[in-house]
Design a protein around this ligand. Structure first.
Ligand code: HEM
Length: 152
């Protein structure tokens, strides 16, 4: 029998990298830059793929129910978050309306994801100010995801 080695980072590992990178400034900086954000998204996406309320939507489950989608999705959500938080422009994906078109995401579905994002930030002990700022960013995009309405 072969032993396996668990290479997954712990919350402490992610926080350590984030603290090293953190400088006062943009939300991107205060979240620990690329290492902090990628570490958080790594945990978030695993939680979203396993979340029963999120996957109750069949169109969402068709994507989130396939483990092979995780790496690419983590990349896209990380890059989106980096840009949205005021970091370098690096997001190569679709805009939020096009990305969610046809998924029929309702308020309940959005709230399920919103809660999981907040829970992940809490799990990582992201300070209150940065937590609130990032959640406000997510809330701002609700109309694009739920109603397909482009932000002004
Ligand atoms: C503000 C909140 C949200 C953000 C920032 C966000 C971000 C993203 C990004 C960056 C992508 C990749 C786009 C691309 O492929 O180019 C994506 C796709 C996707 N999102 Fe979201 N999302 C949000 C809300 C939601 C919610 C509430 C759900 C489900 C309840 C959801 C489910 C999905 C699914 C299933 C895809 C993959 C679609 C496909 O390629 O088939 N998202 N999202």
């Amino acid at each position: 029998m072969t032993d396996t080695i668990d290479t997954r980072p712990s919350a402490d590992d992610v926080n350590e990298l984030a603290a090293e990178a953190a400088t006062p400034g943009s939300l991107f900086d205060r979240l620990g830059g690329t290492y902090g954000i990628a570490g958080a998204v790594d945990i978030l996406v695993d939680r979203l793929f396993a979340n029963v309320a999120v996957n109750a939507n069949e169109a969402v489950h068709a994507h989130h129910g396939v483990a092979a989608n995780a790496p690419g999705y983590k990349f896209l959500v990380t890059a989106w978050s980096i840009e949205a938080a005021g970091g370098p422009k690096c997001y190569p994906g679709e805009d939020m309306v096009a990305a969610h078109d046809g998924l029929h995401i309702d308020t309940k579905g959005f709230d399920a994801v919103y809660k999981e994002i907040a829970a992940t930030l809490s799990f990582l002990d992201v300070p209150e100010a940065e937590h609130a700022e990032f959640m406000a960013l997510i809330e701002k995009h609700r109309p694009e995801v739920v109603d397909g309405v482009h932000l002004a």
